[in-house]
Design a protein around this ligand. Structure first.
Ligand code: NAP
Length: 553
């Protein structure tokens, strides 16, 4: 086995400045992209803000952080040797275990030698005459490349609320998405957690075990399902390893990139007792199983209400105080239209004497004060505040790269009314820029690793095609992009998703255009479409050569 180094990698300043590709981000997307580019003989550098690899799993180190996709499914499939060497210990892997895996991969494939850490991209400018991108960083250096590939992640630009007074707070405050590497000990401290999405719901039970008093400030209750996490047995692991490639091949044809057990009947066709029993069985299995119970749970409000009420009843059965139970029971959005949370002991935590729930719709936060949180009805004095307030999802990190395409058009201006892409891979007017799991692709609605692999392989094949054909530029056509955006919206409008004020729509960021960003058509159908387009000579893209660009990439 290769040794695992979890230590921060040394920062490497590279002397070479001209590359075939600059890849931004050393998460699962950037790591595999680099590996694939090397395999195809392209030169590349990865620019990464953190001190090490891992992306989302590098930054999100809050207590209780786990992946909500099962560990056996949430791993790369490109190397059979890799999957045979790595052993997951639990059904749902913890953040430290996933980060160890990322470092294991980086060691095994010697990825760090082409990575520049502790470096943030600040400008990315396309030069039409040279057909190259110039990528400037906060270190003052710059790289020139034929292709710019953003592996910046969908949930990487963390967001603090706009409350006044945060800087005056005398205690310590933290954002779940930028957690201190040394960890935080809340023992005996009074803590406020603001936000009850996945990050809040995972961290609240563990913070409650340490804190002397925990105040949870909830704006919107979320649906959470039990993980039923457990250690993986050696038999289960070995069985999975033996069938790994077949399982992955099947997963790639599903809607979500994970083999599920969907029941194709309508929730409204069966009698209530049978439905209850089906929900109960799947609830007991843990994870997302329950939303696969009937075909129309995410399609009609009436069907959705059956599962929503089932979960509300579970909350009522778990939380002893009926008033708190009702406050925790979601009513403002259909179940599944916001990312469902997968928890361990979340609702039960509200039975603890040291935990209080503050409904900030009834009693709004007015500001942060030096000693804690001021609400309309009074002050909550605390020693620490945890902001579990989420991300500027899907576009935030991309738009922070200062991207300027043809004729100096800025991506942030092109996307002022919401992101527009062809396939979530390219935007018209921005030649040779690829976005791994960009808006308009299944991305966050799927097992991210499956979607990352599909995009990385499509991009690498595309670059090889250009090289083989003596070409060096590729750009999405505006009409193909318009048609794709219409298609993405049309499919989303057939579902219940647009009914929720979710980060899928940018609704969590004040002023962000309300546009449903991911592609709901499923990873199987989506990958087929991408394959067909490539097979048709990249239909919908314009491929070309740049006379001044010299040799093809
Ligand atoms: P999130 O789902 O966006 O939740 C943010 C929470 O903060 C929400 O409860 C939100 O309330 C609240 N909030 C936002 N701004 C606020 C404000 N100004 N005042 C008060 N409350 C405010 O963010 P997240 O929990 O970090 O999760 C984001 C996504 O990351 C997840 O949906 C998931 O896809 C991914 N994630 C996955 C895992 C996992 O794999 N297990 C774990 C963590 C995160 P509103 O709902 O009212 O906006």
């Amino acid at each position: 086995m290769t040794a695992i180094s979890d230590a921060p990698a040394e920062i490497r300043r590279t002397s070479a400045k001209e590359f075939d590709c600059v890849v931004v981000g050393a998460g699962f997307a950037g790591m595999y992209m680099l590996h694939k580019l090397r395999e195809f003989g392209f030169s590349a550098i990865v620019v990464e803000a953190g001190t090490g690899v891992g992306g989302t799993w590098y930054w999100n180190r809050y207590p209780g952080a786990r992946c909500d996709v099962e560990s056996l499914d949430y791993q790369y499939s490109f190397s059979d040797e890799l999957q045979r060497e790595w052993n997951w210990s639990e059904r749902y892997a913890t953040q430290p275990e996933i980060l160890r895996y990322a470092n294991f991969v980086a060691d095994k494939f010697d990825l760090r030698r082409d990575m520049q850490f502790e470096t943030r991209v600040t400008s990315s400018v396309w030069d039409d005459a040279r057909a190259r991108w110039t990528v400037g960083t906060d270190r003052g250096d710059s790289h020139s490349a034929k292709f710019l590939i953003a592996g910046t992640g969908c949930l990487s630009a963390s967001r603090l609320p706009d409350y006044e007074g945060i800087d005056d707070f005398k205690g310590n405050w933290y954002h779940t998405g930028q957690w201190p590497h040394e960890g935080v000990d809340f023992t005996g401290r009074r803590v406020a957690v603001i936000g009850t999405g996945s990050s809040g719901i995972q961290s609240i039970p563990l913070i409650a075990e340490q804190a002397s008093q925990l105040f949870v400030f909830q704006r919107t209750p979320n649906f959470s399902l039990p993980a039923n996490n457990a250690a993986l047995t050696p038999e289960r692991v070995s069985d999975h390893k033996s069938n790994f490639q077949a399982i992955k091949a099947q997963a790639r044809q599903t809607a979500g990139g994970v083999i599920a057990n969907p029941n194709m009947t309508s929730a409204l066709e069966v009698d209530p007792a049978e439905r209850e029993s089906e929900f109960e069985t799947r609830w007991g299995q843990g994870g997302f199983q329950v939303i696969q119970a009937y075909a129309d749970l995410l399609v009609t409000n009436q069907a959705n209400e059956t599962i929503a009420e089932f979960v509300r009843n579970k909350i009522r059965q778990t939380v002893k105080d009926p008033k708190i139970a009702e406050a925790l029971a979601p009513r403002d959005h259909p179940l599944g239209t916001k990312r469902i949370c997968i928890d361990t002991n979340y609702y039960d935590t509200y039975n603890r004497d040291n935990v209080a729930l503050i409904n900030i719709r009834e009693n709004p936060i007015e500001r942060i004060i030096p000693t804690g949180v001021r609400t309309k009805e009074g002050d909550f004095e605390v020693d620490a505040i945890v902001f579990a307030t989420g991300f500027d999802a899907m576009t935030g990190a991309l738009l922070s790269m200062g991207i300027e395409g043809q004729a100096g058009v800025k991506l942030k201006d092109k996307w002022a009314a919401g992101p527009r892409t062809f396939l979530g891979l390219q935007a018209a007017g921005f030649p040779n820029l690829f976005t791994i799991t960009g808006p308009g692709s299944p991305s966050v609605l799927s097992n991210m690793i499956i979607s990352i692999e599909q995009h990385v392989e499509w991009i690498a094949d595309c670059l090889a095609y250009l090289r083989e054909h003596g070409l060096d530029t590729i750009e999405a056509n505006l009409d193909a992009e318009d048609a794709w955006v219409d298609h993405v919206n049309e499919l989303a409008d057939k579902t219940l998703y647009p009914q929720a004020n979710s980060w899928y729509l940018g609704a969590n960021v004040p002023g962000k255009p309300r546009v449903f960003m991911p592609y709901v058509g499923g990873v199987g159908a989506y990958a087929d479409r991408c394959r067909e387009i490539a097979a048709d000579g990249y239909e919908g893209f314009t491929l070309g050569t740049s006379a001044k660009a010299g040799a093809p990439a």
